[in-house]
Design a protein around this ligand. Sequence first.
Ligand code: GTP
Length: 319
Amino acid sequence: MKALILAGGLGTRLRPLTFSMPKPVVPLLGKPLVRHLIDPLPDEVDTVILAVSYMKEYIERYFQENDVGRNIIIVNEDVPLGTGGAMKNVAHNLDDTFFAFNGDVICSLDMESMLHHHRSHGGIGTMALWPVEDPSAFGVVATDDSGRIVDFQEKPERGEAISNNINAGAYIFEPELLDHIPDGVVSLEREVFPHILHRGLHGYNFEGYWVDAGTRESFLRAQRTLLDLKGNMISCATRHAGVEFIGPNMIEATHLSPCRIGPHVYLERGAEVHQGAQIEDSMVLTGASIGRGAIVKGSLVGPGARVAEGETVLDRILA
Ligand code: GTP
């Protein structure tokens, strides 16, 4: 069985970090975002197709250097074709039931159970659904009593949503779906889903957590969620005399001056933190340096970025 991961978007909402690396390989707790989708795939998925475009060399290099235990096929789009166009572009690889994901979804979806649900309900596809309080920033889905999807609404005005269930960006489709995608730049959400409801598209609700990690706020929410679940992960090589750790953190950096870290901080190997700095709810990547007495909160600090001595960085992306 195959899984398709849409990984070709520009990631504009994570700029400037995504000027130096594409979103699919931004490390969430030490693991590129797309690996959070690949690792929990059911065993019967032997091949993962990555539909890429923006900074594709970076993604190719990651998979050349890292064995993820599945065959990886990387398919390029010279210009981004949109979520539907990207799927159509890999159609020649999809001749059986397949999984498909937006590459920035972080969730507790039990993919095996979803596959079982799909096989027992039939139809052209199954879409994972997630309930939210305010669906106005999402694709909203209405289902009937049997769980069949009967209506779609893309980013409705506040108060006008047809339900609280949103499209979670994780799907199982039959290859017939590909016949319903026109050529060119196509959005699955706007131009395909509304036209295939008569072929039987089913919703699949699940419990646990779901985050679309495509913005600074949501990326850090995903990081907090996983840290709260996994607890502290501090590399045994870390020398941290005089460092005050608060709450769950993931620390790969090895040399830390006395400083205050946490809760919810990821320090990648090669990140530097100088004396008296305070870091909370943030990610600091390799080669970045947090100066003496600096304060960093709610921020993504990209590779090589410098926070000067005494500087305060709140809710920002630095790269
Ligand atoms: P923003 O620019 O911040 O909106 O991010 P994005 O470009 O990643 O767009 P969005 O988050 O809406 O995309 C959802 C998923 O679809 C992401 O995993 C993208 O990589 C992927 N995606 C979006 N557009 C394309 C495309 O044209 N081609 C391919 N292959 N993937 C796409």
